[in-house]
Design a protein. Structure first.
Length: 633
């Protein structure tokens, strides 16, 4: 993801990044030497079966990870009847994919591969009734919990020790700088949950048996498998940012495509064309600059897939994409230039997606960002190989929705707590700010059109772009490639505004399903139109029906103050920013046990509270409930 920082925040962000990235003993394992992916024919991710349910876990750093942690817990706690076996199972058993990006990639990866029991990982014994939360509950954080690794404080002493020993005193390791981020991620999030490092991974024991039968040089111990009770597959998105030796030209050209496309878009708006097609505009501009757009790569346990469609200049030669798919364990698995093996492990794959500073443009020509991106060599359609740079998946799609639409998934549940839309809406603004600016709850409101235009200024353009609305100002991300739903008059976005506003006014959580969204062609993701999608948007805010039921003694409001303000937010400073957790300074990489626990309680409560539906301020149903969605599966 790209986040808008001020100068002070930028400096601290770089420092914070360095701290996390260096939290490892680098020499003990390395991903620095890439290999060339397999040229064998490999199936793609495949078409979704009828009625598939999938989660889209959005980015937004550790606060997004904490939000997804709560939602995963709620769905693991809820029991449903399996349509094939007739047995009672966790709702998560009916989820086909956890499609995740950036901060959301952490809980998706850990849900599948953390080596602790699922009930311990998600703490499913936690209460779902906010009136039963205690002060002790909020401070309790078992070391086997996903929340524990999201809340732990980086060990700066170990960072300094590792830096001096493994890098500064060993010049040869300077060539491995791009590997430090994945090494730090492993140390922070994987090692505490007993995950072995530098392992191939796949989806099941049955799939592993096939791999071993076809590859006698491999052994079972080379692989990491999901826990036996995990049914959902993860799907992680990372973005290709160019080639190792392009000196930043690839992304510099992308910025030219973006800027020129935006300028043309703005000129059409100024000429009175209400919602011009950004897809057509980008297609008309991209070849002028070598077709250089950040490419979306989808990683699943069994397939690495790039569906980007178009011609791209690579090393002064034209290459047609999409490239051939690869089996996950073969992507970069061959010996590299110096004879060392380079495995695609879960920690490296996740590090590709969770790397917003690697995708930022820091310094002249983006020198620092190029230094921090992950590297992998892939086979190209012209028969050559190229070492590509990969960084945060949020460059392509911050929500995790588009990869599922490309798959043909019918029911998509998007979990997010990210509503940045500069210059109007900052990272820490709440939906209360949006509602107060545009509170209309009906199309009959005489001021509705003006309020809707104002509402659009507060809503994340990474969502509105799906419907063809690309914001009032550029955001330096590839949302310009993500128009996927037919909504020429933005009627579906108007529906979302009315639903969210009614629920907010009623003190309910913000959960809305936009049914039967018509999918349109999108060449950047090889999406063919014609199908329909039910998109459920679960936006973590602080509903009054949650906050007003948390006991006062659990949160200790300031003396003489009520426990919540007029918008339902807690007045205690420790909880006042839940769920919009602070994004300044060290808060970007560390939240307290109490904050992460409150996020967990809120996310799971939203699932339970809305299971049978939600009614708005007018007493009418606004969300039919998760129970209906899962009963259709």
């Amino acid at each position: 993801m790209r986040i808008a920082f001020n100068t002070k925040q930028k400096a601290f962000a770089v420092s914070a990044y360095a701290l996390l990235a260096l939290f490892t003993k680098v020499a003990s394992f390395s991903f620095s030497t890439p290999g060339i992916s397999s040229s064998k024919a490999v199936p793609d991710i495949g078409e979704a079966p009828d009625g598939e349910i999938a989660l889209a876990l959005a980015g937004g750093g550790l606060r997004a990870a904490s939000a997804c942690f709560g939602a995963l817990r709620g769905l693991q706690q809820k029991k449903v009847i399996h349509p094939e076996t007739g047995k009672e199972v966790p709702a998560m058993d009916l989820v086909g994919y956890n499609s995740a990006i950036s901060g959301g990639s952490l809980p998706a990866m850990l849900y599948s591969y953390a080596q602790v029991p699922t009930d311990e990982l998600l703490e499913t014994d936690r209460v779902t009734d906010p009136s039963k939360i205690t002060k002790e509950d909020l401070s309790r954080m078992p070391t086997t919990s996903m929340g524990y690794v999201l809340a732990q404080k980086p060990d700066s002493k170990n960072i300094l020790k590792g830096t001096i020993k493994e890098v500064l005193l060993n010049p040869l390791n300077l060539s491995k700088v791009h590997s430090l981020w994945s090494a730090g991620l492993y140390k922070m999030f994987c090692e505490p949950l007993n995950m072995p490092r530098n392992k191939y991974f796949t989806s099941s024991k049955a799939e592993l048996d096939k791999i071993l039968a076809e590859n006698p040089n491999l052994k079972e111990d080379d692989f990491l498998l999901p826990r036996e009770d995990v049914k959902a597959n993860m799907m992680i998105l990372a973005s290709m940012h160019g080639y190792r030796l392009d000196r930043g030209k690839y992304m510099d050209n992308y910025q030219k495509i973006y800027s020129e496309s935006w300028a043309e878009h703005k000129s059409k708006l100024d000429a009175g064309e209400k919602y011009p097609s950004m897809t057509d505009i980008v297609l008309s501009v991209r070849d002028k600059y070598g077709g250089h757009l950040p490419m979306p790569y989808m990683f699943t346990p069994d397939v690495v897939e790039n569906k980007y469609s178009g011609t791209v200049n690579v090393r002064r030669k034209k290459v047609e994409y999409p490239e051939s798919n690869s089996k996950t364990f073969e992507w970069g698995a061959k010996s590299g230039k110096y004879g060392r093996k380079s495995r695609l492990s879960v920690e490296f794959m996740t590090a590709l997606s969770v790397n917003f500073l690697g995708s930022s443009y820091i310094g002249a020509g983006g020198t620092m960002s190029r230094l921090l991106t992950g590297l992998r060599t892939v086979s190209l359609s012209n028969g050559s190989g190229a070492t590509q740079r990969f960084a945060d998946g949020g460059t392509n799609d911050l929500m995790g929705v588009v990869p599922l639409v490309a798959r043909g998934t019918k029911h998509i549940i998007s979990v997010y707590v990210f509503n940045q839309n500069p210059p109007i809406c900052g990272f820490n603004n709440t939906y209360a700010n949006c509602y107060n600016a545009a509170p209309a709850t009906s199309l009959d409101d005489p001021d509705f059109d003006a309020q809707f235009e104002e509402w659009l200024k507060w809503i994340n353009p990474r969502i509105t772009a799906y419907f063809g609305h690309f914001n009032i100002a550029p955001i330096n991300q590839a949302n310009v490639m993500n128009h996927i739903f037919n909504d020429p008059n933005l009627d579906r976005l108007k529906e979302l505004m009315i639903t969210y506003n009614s629920l907010f006014k009623a003190g309910e959580p913000l959960i809305a399903t936009l049914k039967d969204l018509e999918v349109i062609d999108n060449p950047f993701w090889s999406i063919k139109g014609g199908k329909t999608v039910d998109l459920t948007l679960m936006y973590l805010n602080m509903p009054k029906k949650f906050s007003e039921n948390v006991p006062e003694e659990a949160i200790s409001p300031p003396e003489g103050m009520s426990k919540t303000n007029e918008n339902g937010q807690f007045t205690n400073e420790s909880f006042s920013n839940v769920p919009e957790l602070k994004s300044d300074g060290a808060d970007m990489i560390h939240y307290s046990h109490e904050e992460v626990n409150m996020m967990g309680y809120l996310g799971s409560w939203m699932v339970h509270h809305s299971w049978d539906g939600l009614k708005g301020h007018d007493g009418k149903e606004k969300f039919e409930g998760f129970g209906k969605i899962f009963s259709k599966r």
